[in-house]
Design a protein around this ligand. Structure first.
Ligand code: SAJ
Length: 418
């Protein structure tokens, strides 16, 4: 046992998870082919470049490409193992949209030979790994799919959910423990042989549905705890108590660790994944659903606070610092900060709104419709503002001197200037 994978590996989806995983494996001497539907992504990787910002990733990609270990293509190739790392967004009714996973499985199917391994890394509702077996089985009746309780199978299918934190991906991809859930114990063991190549954390073997549910539980846990912090923040505001002081004190209890309130929960994972639990057990997932609602409501609460503060002025200029979904990343998709800024701009069309973010160089498209809103440097925005709203605690914002904020109304939604 404790086999380590040797062979050729294909990774479907060259995004925030697929590309770092490709590099981690390529630098362990394995030939990796990265597959992506976007020709621009494939061209960038082939040049040794990274199509998005993530600390330490660029140098790792250029090294792996220069060594000839990492190649990129738009066509799924033949390989000995396939990792699926494509998006799993939600549909309008908040059920999971598995179309990218299904397409990836259907493209892998004709390339499969006996002994191949397929690993799903995309965050998915319980039962998705099993569906991969069904989809592939329908296209390849010549291959025996792994089934619970049956000893023989021609291919191995498992789920190994990604767990890395954007901004720390290159560290966490190596150091995190990995959960590997197989459709059968043999599938889990085969999939683990891939992660043994680079994972320094422990590799925990289980069944596929438990692995799927464990990943969803991790993100739902964080969402519920952020919702608790956000609710506390609103309660404290209404009672004129400083929530940051309350949290600082409560967190000195040995078994209490309250997270930080903020303008809402963004990104592609935490606001999405808890809904997969809700749709799997709608009557039972009451707390998880409520947490989602609290966090989704949060940008409205913050915008209302800003609008209330603006009423004290005749014609205030409002600086909104931060547009990305969290600190020190360039990712502005699903950002609560953008929602707050757009709600303020809509509610106060007669006032100047200045948005600033060191990682965002053009006004995001959701904000382009507002004639009263423009992108500025943080320096200019703070200088001109009567009201300064801190939405994302980027390091350069934390470094703004308190003297520069003197005489202004400051609304620090992240507690960064305490
Ligand atoms: N946030 C708060 N208060 C906090 C912490 C976060 O308001 O105390 C906000 C952030 O500003 C951001 C959102 O929550 O808008 C999510 O940020 P995050 O840093 O908590 O998480 P993500 O989305 O960057 O990454 C999460 C991670 N999951 C957990 O920590 C349980 C990561 O490990 C997962 O791999 C990732 O989701 C994923 O891809 O599923």
């Amino acid at each position: 046992m404790n086999e380590v994978f040797r062979g050729r590996l294909a990774i479907i989806g060259m995004g925030y998870i697929g590309l770092p995983t490709a590099v981690a494996i390529a630098t362990r001497g394995i030939d990796v082919i990265g597959v992506d539907v976007n020709p621009a992504t494939v061209a960038a990787i082939s040049r040794g470049e990274v199509p998005f910002v993530e600390p330490d990733l660029a140098v790792a990609v250029s090294g792996a490409v220069a060594m000839g270990r990492l190649k990129a293509t738009t066509e799924t190739p033949e390989a000995d193992a396939f990792i699926i790392a494509v998006p799993t967004p939600f549909n309008e009714d908040r059920t999971a949209d598995l179309s990218y996973v299904k397409t990836a499985a259907e493209q892998i199917a004709p390339k499969l030979k006996p002994g191949d391994i397929i690993v799903l890394e995309s965050t998915s509702p319980p039962g998705t790994t099993e569906k991969i077996g069904t989809w592939i089985g329908a296209l390849r009746p010549d291959l025996r799919m792994p089934r619970d309780g049956q000893a023989v199978a021609d291919v191995y299918i498992a789920h190994c959910p990604e767990r890395v934190l954007p901004g720390r991906i290159m560290i966490e991809i190596v150091t995190n423990d990995r959960v590997v859930g197989g459709l059968t114990p043999k599938c889990a063991e085969k999939a683990a042989s891939i992660y043994r190549l680079f994972a320094q954390g422990e590799i925990l073997l289980t069944d596929a549905a438990s692995a799927e549910m464990a990943k969803l539980s991790e993100n739902a846990y964080r969402d519920v705890n952020i919702a608790f912090a956000n609710e506390l923040s609103m309660i404290c505001e209404s009672l004129h108590i400083d929530v940051w002081e309350v949290i600082r004190l409560a967190n000195r209890h040995p078994r209490v660790s309250i997270l930080s309130p903020g303008p809402g929960v963004g990104g592609h994972c935490i606001p999405v994944d808890p809904w997969f639990i809700v749709s799997a057990a709608p009557r039972l997932a009451r707390l998880i659903r409520t947490a989602r609602e609290v966090n989704d409501r949060r940008p409205h609460d913050v915008a209302e606070q800003v609008v209330a503060k603006a009423q004290r002025f005749r014609s205030p200029t409002i600086a909104c610092l931060g547009l990305t979904f969290k600190a020190n990343v360039d990712d502005a998709r699903e950002s609560p900060a953008i929602e707050v800024v757009s709600l303020i701009a809509k509610a106060l069309p007669e006032f100047d709104i200045l948005a600033a973010d060191p990682y965002v160089h053009t006004l995001p498209k959701q904000l382009r419709e507002f004639g009263n809103l423009r992108l500025e440097s943080a320096y200019q925005a703070v200088e001109r503002a009567d009201i300064v709203v801190l939405l994302v605690e980027h390091e350069p914002f934390k470094a703004i001197r308190h003297t520069r904020l003197g005489g202004k109304v400051v609304y620090d939604t992240r507690g960064a200037w305490r």
